[in-house]
Design a binder for this molecule. Sequence first.
Ligand code: 5GP
Ligand code: MG
Length: 192
Amino acid sequence: MARTLKIHPAHADLETILVTETAIKRRITRLGREIAKTYGDEEITVVSIINGAILFTADLLRAIPNPVRLDCIRISSYRNETKSIGKPQLVHSLPLDVTNRHVLLMDDILDTGKTLAMVTGVIKKLNPASIKTCVLLDKKGRREVPFDAEFVGFKIPDKFVVGYGLDFAERYRNLPCIGELRPDLQNPPEWA
Ligand code: 5GP
Ligand code: MG
């Protein structure tokens, strides 16, 4: 019986695909190796910024052979759907104790740098043994505060992207690839 290839319906809302599902899988395998090489046999305390980093974290954790502890944090929204409009803040304090631990902070995308600069500042005050950052995507040209991540999946241009965890008004997180959302869909009043 002939098999038809199922295309995710949300693909129609993308202007272009920037990172394919296959490219994500390959890069995650390599990132896992880079991380294992950096930490040796040490245990890693992964702190994942939800919701955006959920899919990336779930897949990357399985590519890291080290012992891992996982915690998730949420940042109060300081952006409208596509733009930064204020200051990011932690919604709760970190539930897991990170003192003397090797913390690997994970986020979906590094944009202005405000979120990761704030969160690393908070974690540093808790006296971790080390803190490093891993992001799936890096829009390097958009930085408003200086910030570099130690581990980067893909550098991308200044486009508003969705898929593989990244949303627009909580939609599109389940797309298996990452693409630029069609500009005509970036501000539909019925979604506001
Ligand atoms: P920053 O604080 O670095 O400006 O922003 C980081 C956060 O902004 C990310 O965790 C993500 O939630 C959001 N963000 C930045 N750029 C994009 C984008 O192109 N698409 C989506 N969906 N979210 C983005
Ligand atoms: Mg986010």
